[in-house]
Design a protein around this ligand. Structure first.
Ligand code: ZN
Length: 238
């Protein structure tokens, strides 16, 4: 019986013919040695592809049975969709030890990949993932009141150092200015459940570059995380 399930987020050659795959599962990351997976003629070849949803059976460090549940074909055939998926994968890969509930994180990842693969706005799904992932790793920015004085009025500045919003009176020269629209959007994307967001996805107005910038700063400041995917894609585009 093949009962385990995971998403292959990394696959590397091992020796002359095997591959080591890294799966994200409801129990976190799992590495497995897939015999013969480098050979296209091998029945295990497909099990070691990145970006697949795999049902598997394992014994020790080895994969002994598998069935591909989803190849996410649209994602792998479109460079922009791939980028969004890669940005999601690299977060999981880098920050997996911070995740406080792998089961929720896994279901959330699957939901997001399905949406991207089924032509939902991939940039928005990526942003939603990156914002909600903050919650899954226990970083909860305070968007509702000034982190300094508790005021709920005139919140227009985001303080990376204090991990939340600041009001007009308490703002510091280092704090990042958010427009009212940006703040509202952050709140919505952070707080509203994914299903509800999807129902109203056409009404969500956003600017990818602005949100991307704030999120990059946040991840970099609190977790020392910098996106390699972004760097690589910038090089490709230049
Ligand atoms: Zn204040």
């Amino acid at each position: 019986m093949i009962e385990n399930e995971g998403i292959v987020i990394k696959s590397i050659d091992y020796g002359d013919s095997n591959k080591i795959i890294t799966l994200f599962t409801i129990s976190g990351l799992k590495s497995l040695n897939v015999r013969g997976a480098q050979k296209p003629s091998s029945h295990t070849f497909n099990f070691a592809k990145e970006f697949i949803l795999l049902k598997y059976e394992d014994r020790g460090k080895y994969l002994i049975g598998g069935k591909v549940e989803n190849y996410y074909t649209n994602i792998i055939n479109n460079i922009d969709l791939t980028k969004s998926a890669l940005r999601i994968f690299e977060l999981i890969n880098a920050l997996v030890e911070h995740i406080n509930n792998n089961e929720i994180a896994y279901e959330f990842l699957k939901q997001c990949l399905d949406l991207i693969n089924n032509n939902a706005d991939h940039k928005l799904i990526e942003l939603i993932f990156r914002i909600k992932f903050l919650y899954l790793i226990g970083l909860a920015p305070n968007f509702n009141s000034c982190v300094n004085c508790g005021s709920k009025e005139e919140l227009a500045y985001f303080s990376l150092f204090d991990g939340g919003m600041k009001c007009n009176n308490c703002k510091n020269i280092m704090d990042y200015h958010l427009t009212k629209e940006e703040l509202d959007l952050f709140r919505i994307l952070y707080l509203v459940k994914l299903d509800k967001l999807i129902e109203n996805i056409d009404q969500i107005k956003y600017n990818y570059d602005d949100l991307n910038k704030v999120l990059n700063m946040f991840y970099s400041h609190f977790l020392g995380f910098e996106s390699n995917v972004e760097k690589i894609y910038k090089k490709i585009n230049n």
